[in-house]
Ligand binder design. Structure first.
Ligand SMILES: Nc1nc2c(c(=O)[nH]1)N[C@H]1C(S)=C(S)[C@@H](COP(=O)(O)OP(=O)(O)OC[C@H]3O[C@@H](n4cnc5c(=O)[nH]c(N)nc54)[C@H](O)[C@@H]3O)O[C@H]1N2
Ligand SMILES: Nc1nc2c(c(=O)[nH]1)N[C@H]1C(S)=C(S)[C@@H](COP(=O)(O)OP(=O)(O)OC[C@H]3O[C@@H](n4cnc5c(=O)[nH]c(N)nc54)[C@H](O)[C@@H]3O)O[C@H]1N2
Ligand SMILES: [Mo]
Length: 767
């Protein structure tokens, strides 16, 4: 691993030649550039596989190159020629492997055999699939209560795998479904269900072609949803205003050079993305949005007094809205002082942003983790809904709410039943179809599962993908939680740190990835299905030869565990695993919206799951688009930190070279950081104030008031365009500082963008 850090030149624009160069590098690194390139041509194509990168939608008339730099990385990473074979595990004890970084560990490539931990030699040894299933089944059956097992899901699992998994787990007897979504867009689901009656976004990709203004709040699409940049660029080019709210000036939101635009590439040009860039302080978005609402309401009063056309959509408010008058009072009661102090934006800036909103007939608002990973995320997203209701910006072309999802099928997994709080109607449907009594008690989310694993009430952990120990807060405690289990099972493609935190009995079960062919006992190629951020459901079939002949599909692995645990009297698990059409028939029979599932997923772009709110049907408690008129948070993390000069509000975000806990490389090109990930981005004046210079190393110390010592040692300071008092660094290295006890109100999401810290200086100054 390189140890030199080079804080170099930032790219002038996102995308462009830098992106193509980086693609080439990753394909070469995968060891098989030609196969990699051929694989890429099938990404997000009607007859190919769904890109395992992000959950952005695919266009109706896809270009033959609908992929992006970070999609290439995700695919090349999976399609690598490197293998973590039984020999690899033979040569390294688990204690030795624990010393590797995430990056070094995954560099060993794809898992090839089912492995079982052997405590005597501290090594993982190859095991036979049937023996693994049998032992897992025996241990699961031996627990005195099914609620003693936790069943985690990461959002890459297909609809078929996720449906079968939840069916198995509910027949086993629990709703314990901790899910990556609990750490991700949970707040969006909770808030949108309250406000509009459905926990999903209301727009389609084509709405981006019609919007006059797009608000992008707390999201870094240049890195995390690069294909979205293409849609933003087209919107910018036809004159739509794009208002960005982000404390950090993110390159990808400033200028984009589209590798798919030959002329632009040849001329070396780029397109500005954000027409207006607002830099709120961490956690200041609710205040910023309320400020804009205040401007809109004042403009309405002025218009009425001057006999001009109204600013508000009175028809929408009268027919669909509930609670507008209370909301109006709450906005009036919120002072400009509070709004400016909390948002960190001036009244003039907020007036400008509100002007963009009022000048536009059709507005889309998108958001991601910069909004959802705070304590008051649910309230902020309700406020975004309030704001959009004012001018009826929902349920018509070119307008709507768009939480941009993370994992490529995290939305689909929820749709097909991965939910610790299942709807009674869904359980009724499962009971009717499968003839069993479903557990009715709510189960554990991620934080509850960790609590139960720590206090001994949970004794088994099964992970369908993901990297539980590294993605969750308080890394050391979670390692402890996993090692206290009687059983841990990880269904995975590559080795990661969670696999090394073994309980009494531990298995790593290797599965096929999205890019690989999945062939059944009759030699027929099987497809799976996924749902994107726009609720489009489509098929995905791999084209590459499996990384090892021993691999099984996620569906087959779940079926194997289910058959060994429950037997096959009520459900013939192995038959389902041999024909995914049969699983889709079960989904169609138990979940609304999936009629003719097997026919429609074979149509080129799949089909759209109807979103009632997009049709102005409100499945909320009162049957209306509901305003929520709560007060602003009493104090944001930023306000709290600035009360004490030595504290900072830290957010953890992603570099350009990682996919969540998977680190592809040590560069963050758009932010000009090369060769190291242990960095903290800080305002240059704050740097002066703490009497440090660029490149100095500090220890970052957690300042959460629970008496626990949390330290992330030896991070280098990087001056950056970020508000004073707010700092940023990378996940997962900084997860040691995220306290388990700090969670979002109503979402229970770890507050990964809202961490109170201070610095401890290191003696030696490195130039
Ligand atoms: N290449 C790649 N693609 C990915 C992923 C990946 O790791 N790599 N991860 C996938 C997943 S699971 C997800 S959830 C998404 C994540 O996609 P993003 O949400 O874009 O991910 P983050 O890197 O966490 O970036 C959050 C952005 O919010 C800003 N932000 C932080 N705090 C605040 C705040 O208080 N207010 C505002 N307005 N902004 C704030 C940060 O500066 C940053 O630009 O991407 C998905 N796609
Ligand atoms: N501090 C901080 N913490 C965060 C976040 C943050 O912004 N800051 N973000 C949160 C968010 S938004 C999310 S979504 C979570 C992510 O949490 P997870 O989903 O648990 O983590 P990933 O890193 O996406 O999981 C990577 C692992 O998945 C396995 N894998 C990859 N592809 C496949 C596949 O096709 N099938 C199977 N079975 N396994 C596969 C590989 O073994 C790989 O090591 O992290 C959360 N944690
Ligand atoms: Mo996510």
């Amino acid at each position: 691993m390189s140890t030199t850090v080079f804080i170099g030149k930032k790219s002038a624009a996102a995308g462009g030649w830098g992106a193509l160069k980086s693609c080439g590098k990753r394909l070469m690194q995968s060891g098989s550039p030609l196969a990699g390139a051929r694989t890429m041509l099938k990404a997000n194509q009607p007859d190919g596989f769904d890109c395992p990168g992000c959950a952005w939608g695919d266009p109706e008339h896809g270009s033959s190159f609908e992929f992006c730099e970070n999609g290439v990385k995700a695919v090349a990473w999976e399609a690598t020629e490197k293998r973590a074979t039984p020999d690899f595990f033979e040569q390294n004890t688990v204690s030795e492997l624990k010393k590797l970084t995430d990056y070094e560990l995954e560099l060993h490539g794809r898992l090839t055999h089912p492995m079982r931990y052997d405590r005597a030699t501290d090594r993982y040894l190859a095991v036979d699939w049937q023996d693994a299933f049998a032992e897992i089944g025996t241990i699961l059956r031996s627990l005195d209560n099914p609620n003693r097992a936790e069943f985690y899901t990461s959002g890459r699992a297909s609809n078929e795998a996720a449906f079968l998994y939840q069916l198995f787990v509910r027949m086993y007897g629990t709703n314990n479904f901790p899910d990556c979504s609990n750490m991700c867009h949970e707040a969006s689901g909770v808030a949108l269900r309250q406000a509009i009656g459905v926990g999903k976004g209301t727009v389609l990709l084509e709405d981006f072609e019609k919007a006059d203004a797009i608000f992008v709040i707390g999201q870094n699409p240049g890195t995390n949803h690069p294909r979205m940049l293409g849609d933003l660029r087209r919107a910018a080019m036809r004159g739509a205003r794009i208002a960005v709210f982000n404390p950090v000036r993110e390159k990808g939101l400033e200028r984009f050079s589209d590798p798919q635009d030959k002329l632009q590439m040849i001329r070396g040009g780029s397109t500005p993305i954000a027409s207006d860039y607002f830099q709120p302080k961490l956690g200041g978005d609710m205040a910023a949005v309320r400020g804009m609402a205040k401007v809109v309401l004042a403009a309405e009063d002025e218009a009425i007094a001057a006999g001009k056309p109204p600013v508000l959509d009175h028809a929408f408010l009268a027919e669909h809205g509930l609670g507008f008058h209370d909301y109006r009072k709450a906005v009036e009661a919120t002072t400009w002082h509070e709004i400016e102090d909390q948002s960190g934006l001036s009244r003039a800036e907020i007036e400008k942003a509100a002007g963009i909103y009022m000048a536009a007939d059709r507005v889309i608002c998108t958001w991601a983790m910069g909004v959802t990973q705070h304590r008051h995320s649910v309230a902020t997203i309700r406020e975004i809904s309030n704001f959009m209701f004012l001018r009826g910006n929902i349920g018509r072309p070119g307008a709507g709410l768009c939480p941009v999802r993370g994992h490529s099928n995290v939305q689909g997994d929820r749709t097909v039943g991965i939910n610790e709080k299942p709807a009674p109607a869904f359980l009724d449907a499962l009971e009717r179809r499968f003839g069993f009594e479903a557990p009715r008690e709510n189960g554990h989310n991620v934080l509850a599962a960790i609590g139960a694993m720590l206090d001994g009430s949970a004794q088994a952990f099964i992970g369908l993908g993901g990297n539980f120990a590294r993605a969750t807060p308080d890394s050391a405690l979670v390692a402890e939680a996993l090692s206290r289990q009687k059983l841990t099972v990880h269904i995975a493609t590559k080795p990661n740190h969670s696999h090394l935190m073994s309980g009494d009995v531990s298995f790593i079960l290797p599965c096929l990835g999205r890019t690989e062919m999945d062939v059944n006992s009759r030699g027929l190629k099987q497809i799976v299905t996924v749902e994107d951020s726009m609720s489009m459901v489509h098929g995905s079939g791999g084209i590459n030869r499996p990384a090892s002949a021993e691999l099984r599909s996620e569906v087959q692995i779940i079926a194997g565990i289910a058959a060994a645990t429950l037997g096959s009297d009520k459900v013939d698990w192995l038959e389902l695993a041999d024909d995914y059409d049969l699983i889709r028939d079960h989904i169609e029979a138990t979940i609304p919206g999936f009629d003719d599932y097997n026919t429609r997923v074979r149509e080129p772009r799949g089909f759209h799951l109807r979103n009632a709110a997009a049709h102005r049907e409100w499945n909320t408690a009162a049957g209306k688009a509901t305003f929520y008129s709560g007060a602003l948070p009493s104090e944001t993390i930023h306000q709290k930190a600035s009360r004490d000069g030595s504290r900072f509000a830290l957010q953890t975000f992603r570099s350009h070279d990682q996919y969540n806990t998977t680190v592809y490389g040590l560069d963050d090109r758009y932010r000009g950081v090369y060769g190291e990930r242990q960095v903290i981005f800080i305002n240059p004046r704050d740097l002066e104030e703490i009497e440090a210079v660029a490149g100095d190393r500090i220890d970052v110390v957690g300042e959460y008031d629970d008496g626990v010592e949390r330290i992330a040692p030896s991070f280098r300071l990087v001056p950056y365009d970020i508000p004073r008092g707010s700092i940023a660094g990378y996940y997962p290295e900084l997860n040691v500082l995220v306290p388990l006890g700090s969670a979002g109100a109503e979402s229970d999401t770890p507050t990964s963008k809202s961490i109170m810290v201070s610095f401890r200086k290191q003696e030696v100054r490195v130039a």
